[in-house]
Design a protein around this ligand. Sequence first.
Ligand code: NAD
Length: 506
Amino acid sequence: MLDMTVIAATGQVLPERPFVGRHLIGGAWVAGSSTFDRVSPAHGVVVSCSALGTAADAEAAIAAARAAFDSGVWSRVTGKARAAALLRVADLIEANVERIALLETLESGKPISQSRGEVSGAADLWRYAASLARNITGDSHNTLGADMLGVILKEPIGVVSVITPWNFPFWILSQKLPFALAAGCTCVVKPSEMTPSSTVMMGELLIEAGLPAGVVNIVLGEGQPVGAVLASHPDVDMVTFTGSTAVGKAISVAASATLKKVALELGGKNPQVIFPDADLDSAADAVTFGIYFNAGECCNSGSRVLVHEDIAEAFVAKVTALSRQVAFGDPLHADTQVGAIISLAHQGKIDGYVRDAVAAGATVALGGGPLNVPGLAGQFYQPTVVSGVTADMAIARDEVFGPVLACLTFRTLDEAVALANDAAYGLSAGVWSENVHTCLEFARRVQAGTIWTNTWMDGFPEMTFGGFKQSGQGREIGRYGLEEFLEVKTVAMRIGRTRPNWVKTR
Ligand code: NAD
């Protein structure tokens, strides 16, 4: 018998019929010529049936977004009008939390409590973006001479392709879409083929909120051809993408032919660094949360813990003991903290990293294999702690994207910084110490877009997010998140007839 906390199937009756998803193009729902099914990763049954987009669907959606943008129906209305629409969307999201959360859980396998938190939290992103819609300002230059006034204007960049992953479908959409809309852009959205339905539900809410036709279009389907068309089409001005580093690079290449702007939120191999003077109980809890939240299928997963060697053994034992108490199992049970793995193929990849680490000399302190959840046909992975990991192992360098913690040790702050920075990624990092100087020095020296000191994964709509190095380019949420969707225009204005003629008239 496994010494872990497993929540068996609740036996809850799933919706009788799969959710039917269609494209949203120019304000109309479009069924598409063929469909694809999504099987719940926890329950093993079909939970949605979606239109399978073609290149022609993607082109039609881009044409609708282009026409809507150029008409000025959204790009040239007041910030007040845009803010009012975004606030209506926020209210509608809150009124629909249960519906959206259920489908999010059925398609992604994440716990229902987490889906509810994600959907209701997304409403706050829409509210924050609404506040920015009324606050788009440039600069003025009043020191260019008595006869000259300079103004720097901010304008919406244009048509934006929004391509999202499967791990936080509704949340990540809400990190992008309301900010693009606040700026005055029009959009074509492509959700992951694993989790299309909450984006379709968002489309329903946008219509209900009164957004003009064509301002937001949705095309369902695969990266090829839909995503590829969205990344390369000449009528698209910008692509904002969240997903894997490999696909992010492909999108950059596709977008380069027309030099469109690209914003990328990619992977991470995020270290949490534990100094001996830290509040070790709190740190152990945060490390446990950081690795198991969303089954580790999280760009911000704290998948590397770097522990001072004096406390390493005791700290890993603490995390291992806590790991046994984390409730893994049926995502529809209110107490479940960790649900299913997104696909069997992905589960095999996670397991491969653990096996390779063991072959390279690491030790499995806990877990290390698939988890059987009584009554459920889907795939789950055990909470897994791997100790004795060294920086050269794949488990220390690659994004495992599963509930697998890699434990490494260090002796000095310099060594901790070097280990933390020894990665292709630079998304986030954490430091645990009661000494403020240690925390600040680490925060300044580590190469990462977000640093948490004595906490992990706290986030706010106000606090911008993004990666260093191969974790991405550009920023999301916060004021910087809005700026990504704005183009800058300089207007130089002469006051009076003071411009000297260039042509010397004879
Ligand atoms: P993925 O890169 O496989 O897919 C992401 C999206 O891109 C999907 O909609 C997919 O259909 C589409 N796509 C695939 N090929 C494409 C192509 N050639 N052109 C255009 N679009 C294409 O990623 P995933 O497996 O869905 O998500 C997991 C990854 O996302 C992880 O690497 C994770 O770290 C990353 N992620 C990053 C953040 C962040 O903010 N940094 C957040 C969440 C997830």
